[in-house]
Unconditional design. Structure first.
Length: 466
């Protein structure tokens, strides 16, 4: 067997998306594969014929014919797609290949008399711009949003579950003041929810304006038709915002903005993965040990945070593709060049790596829990984290320059509870203030963390029912 004879399967695929990770990405194939692209193009071409019939450009179609055309996209088989690809070997033009395949499909049917109206007055981009946006919207709504909502729900559930578990917060990597596990999880749930809501609500655009955006052929052949109105109505049926001011292509700013929402979502999850990785490293979170799993080929004791590392790696790849698309798609020479055609096909790669990241983070999240004893030990290791509380109370009591006073006594110092109490008693303040400060504890100095967490959970839940 030569290399050229190796059959395509998960072990021979050159991309890990269709190889190693096929089981994690296979649900995207229905929406963003080449087969999906061909099916969606058929859908648009067929519905265009129905629309032409509605404005009397072609004969009145029967109810049965309209139903057949409106459902054609969902009826395209893998064999139909293979036929299109076979024709493309000759045409070297994918949309023209689809047009010819469509002509063959209506041959011998009641639609044979309108064969010449297939792709009438259109440019390929009238079909492509709608197809790619439909694919992107459907993959988002039917795959990615579902798992992102699940991630938000899991984070919110754990934020409420760990509502009152205190932990040390760090700023600049250094001990800051106490917070709670629940509140820190609520931060990520809220950040993600805001962006996912934007993803759900974002309206993409669509165009049907001809070869260079002026309806030239359509206006010449049917000058009495209001093509601007026709275009708008045709686009709206796909829930897109009509764009009538175009070149041959529908400018990609809407897709770019849509991708940028994805990059923000992915960056938030990367941020979360890195934080949890550190918490696991510090033994603040512990991982569930599953029988039979191996953490290291040479160090038997290890339980590696591989889900969080996999999420970070794959989401970094996803953002790399998305950011490249954002830079490239904004630029097209004159009225159009072909560079967007080869790049926009990578929607599946961007969403595929994103989906692997989302699934990995969910898997990792399901296997961790706070190590309460270690959190408490590290929180109480250094009571100097209460210095903020002291200097703020002293300000309220009008003690002169308390920040400098406290800083001179605590900066760079590690203070245990005994030393803290002794230090409090030595402060040049009134006894009632000393009594208040003496009652302070790292585990109770959490501000409104619990209330913020409850409110965040309530707002996230409410946002799902707008």
């Amino acid at each position: 067997m030569t290399n050229n004879d190796i059959p395509l399967n998960q072990l021979t695929a050159i991309s890990p998306l269709d190889g190693r990770y096929r089981d994690k990405t296979k649900e995207l194939a229905e929406y963003v594969s080449e087969y999906a692209l061909i099916s969606t193009r058929f859908e648009i071409e067929a519905k265009y014929l129905v629309a032409l019939s509605d404005i009397k450009v072609i004969r009145n179609l029967t109810a049965k014919e309209k139903t057949k055309l409106n459902l054609l996209g969902s009826k395209i088989t893998l064999a139909d797609a293979v036929m299109v690809k076979k024709i493309e070997e000759e045409t070297r033009h994918d949309v023209k290949a689809l047009e010819r395949a469509f002509r063959q499909m209506v041959k011998g049917t009641s639609l044979a008399d309108i064969t010449e109206m297939i792709h009438f007055g259109l440019t390929s981009e009238d079909v492509n711009n709608l197809a790619y946006r439909l694919m992107l919207r459907r993959a988002t709504d039917n795959v990615c949003v579902l798992i992102l909502d699940e991630l938000i729900d899991q984070l919110t559930e754990r934020a409420q579950k760990y509502l009152s578990i205190p932990m040390l917060a760090r700023t600049h990597g250094q001990a800051a003041v106490p917070t709670t596990v629940g509140k820190e999880l609520a931060v990520f749930a809220t950040r993600l929810n805001w962006q996912v809501l934007k993803l759900k609500e974002y309206q993409l655009t669509g165009k049907l304006t001809g070869a260079v955006g002026n309806f030239n052929a359509l206006q010449l052949t049917h000058s009495t038709v209001d093509w601007l109105k026709f275009s708008q109505e045709f686009i709206k049926q796909f829930s897109f915002k009509p764009n009538l001011v175009t070149t041959q292509i529908n400018p990609y700013e809407d897709i770019i903005e849509f991708f940028q929402i994805y990059t923000r979502i992915n960056s938030i999850i990367i941020d979360f993965a890195q934080d949890i990785w550190r918490y696991i490293s510090d033994d603040w979170f512990v991982q569930e040990v599953k029988k039979g799993e191996i953490g290291s080929s040479t160090m038997p004791q290890k339980v590696n945070p591989i889900d969080f590392e996999n999420a970070e790696g794959n989401l970094t790849l996803a953002n790399g593709i998305l950011e490249t698309l954002c830079r490239k798609l904004a630029i097209s020479r004159l009225q159009r060049d072909l560079t967007d055609s080869t790049t926009i096909r990578n929607i599946g790669s961007a969403l595929g790596y994103s989906l692997i990241g989302y699934k990995s983070i969910l898997s990792g999240l399901a296997r961790i829990r706070p190590n309460v004893e270690k959190l408490e030990k590290d929180l109480n290791r250094d009571w100097s984290i209460l210095a903020e509380a002291v200097q703020t109370l002293l300000r309220k009591a009008k003690v002169s320059d308390p920040y400098s006073l406290i800083s001179s006594l605590t900066r760079g110092e590690h203070i245990n509870e005994e030393k803290w109490q002794k230090w409090i008693r030595s402060l040049p303040i009134k006894n009632d203030l000393k009594s208040t400060l003496a009652k302070l504890m790292p585990s109770t100095y959490i501000g409104l963390a619990e209330e913020i967490t409850k409110r965040a959970a309530k707002e996230i839940k409410a946002s799902r029912h707008k």
